[in-house]
Design a protein around this ligand. Structure first.
Ligand SMILES: [Zn+2]
Ligand SMILES: [Zn+2]
Length: 219
């Protein structure tokens, strides 16, 4: 594998100062790493690390969420560069933050894009991040059947409806534990729909592994 210093010319991706890796020490220290205690189910802050009120009131179809960073500066800059500007070399860096200590799942599934979405972007950032797990990932296991409206353009209340029935699973997963990898988790509507789809295919346990988590305005 080529080294980052080769790819980035030895300068920090954010401040262009000297760096041995993707970021210099100062920028790396600025990353908004998420610390416990968090709700194990949705990764929002939870005083004693217990399931939060939302998850107790309305349990989501996924069993757990692990998020490495808050979706805030400068993590948002890195994720947007990966997602919208083709800076694919950021994927192993972000993936390494996510996969540190995280290796227990029978199957790793990146959040799929529709064929149309994939044609437009040319790559799926979730796939690029998932490759950093250093374990087999199943690209064809979960597919997105139709193009959906951009979730970011929709009110939160409509996001779940927008993705309903959008995904399908191409084989049975009876008794398996599945990790679903994505760059950002916002409301969790897409991940909830995927978890529902995976469980309908027999999955026993579904976890979201996301690089960054956004937080609802009232949380
Ligand atoms: Zn820097
Ligand atoms: Zn929760």
């Amino acid at each position: 594998m080529r080294s980052f210093s080769f790819l980035f010319g030895g300068s920090c991706f954010l401040c262009r100062g000297a760096a041995r890796g993707v970021l210099c020490g100062d920028c790396d220290a600025e990353l908004p790493r998420l610390a416990p205690p968090r709700c194990p189910r949705c990764a929002l802050a939870s005083p004693r690390g217990e399931p939060c009120g939302r998850c107790l009131a309305e349990p989501p179809p996924y069993d757990a969420t692990v998020a490495a960073l808050a979706y805030a500066f400068p993590a948002d800059v890195l994720i947007q560069a990966l997602k919208f500007r083709g800076e694919l070399a950021l994927a192993p860096f972000l993936g390494a933050l996510l996969f540190r200590n995280r290796t227990s799942a029978d199957v790793i599934v990146p959040v799929p894009m529709s064929n149309q979405g994939l044609r437009e972007r040319g790559y799926n950032q979730a796939v690029e991040i998932a490759r950093a797990a250093g374990r087999p990932i199943e690209l064809g296991l979960c597919t997105k059947q139709r193009d959906t409206a951009q979730q970011t353009g929709l009110p939160w209340s409509e996001r779940r409806r927008n993705v309903r029935g959008a995904f399908s699973c191409t084989r049975r997963l009876d008794g398996k534990s599945v990790a679903v990898v994505d760059d950002v988790m916002t409301t969790g509507a897409t991940l909830a729909e995927i978890a529902t789809t995976l469980k309908a295919a027999g999955a026993a346990h579904v976890e979201n592994w996301v690089v960054a988590r956004t937080f609802p305005p009232d949380a």
